[in-house]
Design a protein. Structure first.
Length: 334
């Protein structure tokens, strides 16, 4: 993007700033907000005009529905037709990184649900976002605060780098604790829950609470998966630098590489040296890997490397599944 003509202002979470930003939201404006997963671009979910601005600013196709954020469980029945299994999950994991897809009520504008009869709802855990939700007194629609198709932002600076010329208000809540977008579960049919997007809340955790199997997400980009959760295109979260994924990385791979390539390990490799070797978490702890993945993808994308080599978690269960999902999407071309 060229030099932004107008820079968005970054606000700290003082009571005065929060009151001002709540006023912006109440009058139909947009505010970028911190959540525990990634930063979101928020608008009054009950105001179709305000939500249309989100699509324009992100250059997001109108076929890709938004997630609605609420502050308390009591707000859910106004937006969605609730069932017992949805309540079980909400009680177990809210506030937190879990989004429920349910049949929508008439108050949700069709621009939010992209014309569908369902709505995605989540109760975020970030304390500043929760205070803003309370002050605004509204449910807030918010997709990730990045231009459509790029890596999701996990800091206020990431938001400003991507959207700073197109929005005015960014609330700074520090670096996102989880670092990957929420787990999305389709509960329209309570008897057949289905995972639409893996995240920090794992399929095993959902199954434990529900006492029944939760269907896996379809392979990325397959027509049926795209119909279920239309934003989940195969190529997403994509940096501009080509990415190559590896089941394991070792010294021999690095030695055989070409100049200008970067090597990203899950854990710090023994004796690591040189400006082209990186790691996501000193000990390879997957929560640390998830937390730092998007920030490192962005940094390396702007560092002038020709290729980014990434080591993937070996298992494809739990948090590893969510990390692998994002790495595969980042590496997908075309
Ligand atoms: O962690 C998160 O979920 C973040 C923060 C800001 O809350 N939000 C986020 O939003 O990742 P976004 O727009 O980048 O991804 C939302 C995805 C859509 O692309 C779509 O796949 C799915 O949620 N979705 C939304 N409404 C849906 C619906 N009614 N049915 C199926 N999928 C839906
Ligand atoms: Mg997104």
């Amino acid at each position: 993007m060229s030099t932004p003509s107008r820079r968005a202002r970054i606000y700290s979470g003082t009571p005065r700033n929060l009151a001002r930003l709540a006023g912006v939201l109440r009058s139909g404006g947009l505010v970028a907000v911190p959540t525990e997963t990634v930063y979101g671009l928020a608008a009054n979910a009950l105001d179709a005009g305000a939500c249309r601005k989100i699509f324009r600013v992100k250059r997001r196709p109108s076929t890709d529905p938004l997630i609605v954020h609420i502050r308390s469980l009591a707000e859910l029945p106004r937006l969605a037709h609730v069932n017992a299994n949805a309540l079980k999950l909400a009680k177990a994991f809210w506030p937190g990184p879990l989004t429920l897809v349910l049949p929508k009520t008439g108050v949700v504008p069709s621009v939010v649900s992209a014309g569908r009869s369902s709505v995605a709802v989540r109760m975020p855990a970030h304390p500043l976002f929760r205070r803003l939700l309370r002050l605004a007194g509204l449910p807030l629609a918010a997709p990730s605060a990045n231009p459509f198709g790029y890596v999701s932002p996990t800091s206020a600076d990431h938001v400003r780098a991507g959207l700073g010329a197109r929005i005015s208000h960014i609330l700074d809540g520090g670096s996102c604790r989880v670092g990957l977008e929420s787990t999305i579960v389709d509960l329209r049919d309570p008897e057949h829950p289905r995972l639409l997007r893996p995240g920090a809340i794992t399929r095993a955790e959902l199954e434990r609470v529900l006492g029944r199997p939760v269907a896996r997400p379809g392979p990325a980009g397959r027509a049926n998966a795209a119909q279920l959760a239309p934003g989940l295109l195969k190529r997403h979260y994509s940096p501009n630098t080509p990415i190559v994924l590896h089941e394991r990385l070792g010294r021999a791979d690095v030695a055989a590489g070409k100049p200008g390539e970067a090597w990203v390990f899950l854990a710090k490799p023994p004796g690591a040296r040189g400006g082209e070797i990186f790691w996501l978490d000193a000990r390879g702890d997957l929560r640390g890997v998830a937390r730092r993945l998007f920030a490192l993808l962005r940094r390396l994308d702007h560092a002038g490397f020709t290729t980014l080599h990434f080591e993937c978690p070996a298992s494809d269960e739990g948090l590893a599944q969510a990390i692998n999902d994002r790495l595969r999407r980042a590496a997908a071309r075309g």
